[in-house]
Design a protein around this ligand. Sequence first.
Ligand code: XLS
Ligand code: NI
Ligand code: NI
Length: 435
Amino acid sequence: MSEYFDIPQIQYEGPKSRNPLAFKQYNPDEVVGGKTMREHLRFASPFWHTMRGTGADPFGQGTMQMPWDDGSDSIDNALRRVDVFFEFLNKCQIDFYCWHDRDIAPERGTIPESHAALDEVVTYLESMQKNHGKKLLWGTACLFAHPRYGQGGATSPNLGVYAYGAAQVRKALECTHRLGGEGYTFWGGREGYATLINTNMKKELDHLAAFLHMAVDYKKEIGFAGPFYIEPKPQEPTTHQYDSDSAACLNFLREYGLMEHFKLNIETNHATLAGHTMQHELRVAADAGILGSIDANDGTANCGWDTDEFPTDLYLTSSVMYEVLRMGGFTTGGLNFDAKRRRDSFQPVDLFHAHIAGMDAFARGLKIAHAIIEDGRLDEFVAKRYATWDSDLGRKVEAGNASLAELEAYAIAQGEPELHSGRQELLEGLINQFI
Ligand code: XLS
Ligand code: NI
Ligand code: NI
């Protein structure tokens, strides 16, 4: 394999290092709370941004220098991108990756031809994974880029489009399984509406659920054991996306009997587009036992676009890792940098700077979150805040065995309750002690 990046493998040099091509915080084998950083963080790079992101935006063409890419849709070009990508993963010490079917292989004129092209690339990926010890975090099918999906894939008003999407998902599942993928993601970019005026929302949701049930059937048929993830996002490119946030996904999964087969893959910039913090979205999913994986990125506050920036904010990464540690860590999931360099970071070395910055921010976030939990003051405060519930009546209410009349009698006997301060500012200061 020839070298595409004139860059050595990135090593940990510690917080004082001035070397831009070194980790300052991410020390893969360092143990934090009984597990190495590598085991905790399970970093992944997305093929679509890292290899296919051109830097094009609605106002201008691509800017990224990609000397290895001849711009053609040949299999040779697709395989060369895989070479470049694996060299990148090795040099960045990233163990996992993710793809859409259409990022890794070209779409051809017919479904069988497109399947065949995908098979060729997947065969190569299989050998590259083995040779380099890399793993597929998750695969997914792109049901949003081709013009046929302009009105949705699994929620299209047109059965022909729906069937086309089914063919793509069936094949992408087979390929994910072949590559030993740890999970499989559904992001419904066009599964929503542009306007309600022309939309039968009930029908579209029923169709989406039927689609996902068929995917579950197929998963069982081929013996794919990994979880399915739904990736919530409220809008963009649609006006409204059905999987708008964690709570909407939970409602959908429960309504259609899909809870046991799905977890969520939560993305920061989608959370903020939905008007929530990332921590909120993670907490909602974790409390329901379905926090699966994370698309680790960030957005520009108040911008209103999914700008998919690399996550470098330590308050963000600490709060994310706090939620991850609280649920006992990832199982099949990980931190996938669904993030792209800014358009004016156009040199190949910027790919390294971007991933290093994200990895260091999460390594630091992990240490901060671990320290906050070890310190115990925060969790102790929260537990104490609910102390009145540790009583006979409290337990009775929680078990669903109390009545309004009983509570009324308690309130009368107790008189005006004594309240304790929520101490928000104290706790914010406490967290800052660790950052
Ligand atoms: C787009 C989504 C997409 C999914 C995979 O906003 O984040 O990249 O992660 O289809
Ligand atoms: Ni994403
Ligand atoms: Ni996104």
